[in-house]
Design a protein around this ligand. Structure first.
Ligand code: HPA
Ligand code: ZN
Length: 324
């Protein structure tokens, strides 16, 4: 089964590039940029990754990002992830980046995006991996900051397919960003949003109706509203589910309790993704294997996750046919 999963062509739709910062690279960049980090070794960093909810993860994740300073750092970060994609037979990836995590520290927007896109271009030519970039607004910051970020993105519009919404879901509902998402849509961006990870099913409905999203990131709490589940099955609105993340952040107690296979069998367009693999203990293949180890599931169903991801991706429709 592991060999089947390994060889299966995969498409990743929920991946935060800052969440691919492995402790070894964190150390290397800290030295290169003379940034102090409160750890004595990469192993000490790994030992600190004990999370009890989303916020406890985010606190350490934003701290880790402090070592990213130069365009080369963003290139190195992204390139390391793309090499992991090749190992896992990920043929297409749609990557989130959080500009505000960096601009708030005085790093220029263009430093971030130029480093990332240089690696993406190199992956297309050298690894045959295609990609898209999704710019996320940090929902714990205010609407004005999101508008400023949208403004900063405008000169790079052709490099960004969509805008998204991440960070602390509780206390920061979709409606807080309804106006900025409307402006983003008017400017030609597609939209996605994290919803129903820690927050209630209502956040999923609000993200659909107030933010005009094309996909729901996480969405696993949809099961708390039967009518919503029926609607998601009918509309085939994709859910980018992140199994290992959900266990690490205690959205479910263990993988046996995870609802991803139930959702697949109910006919929803669910996909498997790695979210922040350096923090949650696994890349794409690891996430597939973790699901399969905990749930009886056929080869056909495993392949369905990949077919769903192709369908849910922002790849041109003509190209989707070739990939399927
Ligand atoms: N949820 C919200 N914000 C995030 C996540 C997540 O899983 N990962 C990185 N930022
Ligand atoms: Zn996420």
């Amino acid at each position: 089964m592991k060999d089947f999963i390994q060889g299966l062509p995969k498409v990743e739709l929920h991946l935060h590039i800052e969440g691919t910062l492995e402790p070894e690279l964190m150390f290397e960049l800290a030295q290169r940029n003379k940034v102090n980090i409160p750890f004595s070794s990469p192993q000490a960093v790994r030992d600190a990754y004990q999370f009890h909810n989303l916020q406890s993860f985010l606190d350490i994740y934003y701290q880790g990002a402090n070592v990213l300073i130069t365009e080369q750092d963003f290139f190195d970060l992204t390139w390391a992830y793309l090499l992991r994609c090749r190992e896992d037979n990920v043929i297409h990836t749609e990557i989130f980046f959080d500009p505000q995590t960096h601009t708030e520290r005085g790093i220029a927007f263009e430093t971030v995006i130029n480093g990332i896109t240089r690696a993406l271009d190199q992956a297309q030519s050298q690894l045959d991996i295609s990609s898209q970039l999704i710019m996320c607004f940090l929902r714990h910051l205010d609407e004005e900051a999101a508008f400023e970020t949208l403004e900063q993105a405008m000169p790079f519009k052709d490099k960004i397919i969509a805008v998204g919404l991440d960070s602390s879901e509780l206390g920061h509902p979709p409606e807080k960003f309804a106006r900025v998402f409307q402006s983003a849509r008017e400017a030609g961006f597609l939209t996605v949003a994290h919803a129903g990870e820690e927050g209630p099913a209502q956040n999923i409905l609000d993200a659909i109706y107030m933010l005009g999203i094309s996909r729901i990131d996480h969405g696993v709490r949809c099961v708390e509203n039967t009518e919503l589940v029926r609607q998601l099955a009918e509309s085939q609105m994709p859910l980018t589910v992140c199994p290992l993340s959900n266990i690490k952040l205690k959205v479910f107690d263990n993988m046996e309790q995870h609802n991803i296979v139930d959702l697949l069998e109910t006919g929803l367009c669910v996909t498997i993704n790695s979210d922040d693999p350096a923090y949650f203990g696994g890349y794409m293949t690891d996430n597939f294997v973790a699901v399969v180890d905990a749930h009886p599931i056929s080869h056909q169903q495993i392949a369905q996750f990949s077919l769903n991801a192709i369908e849910a991706s922002f790849i041109e429709n003509t190209q989707k046919v070739t990939l399927s």
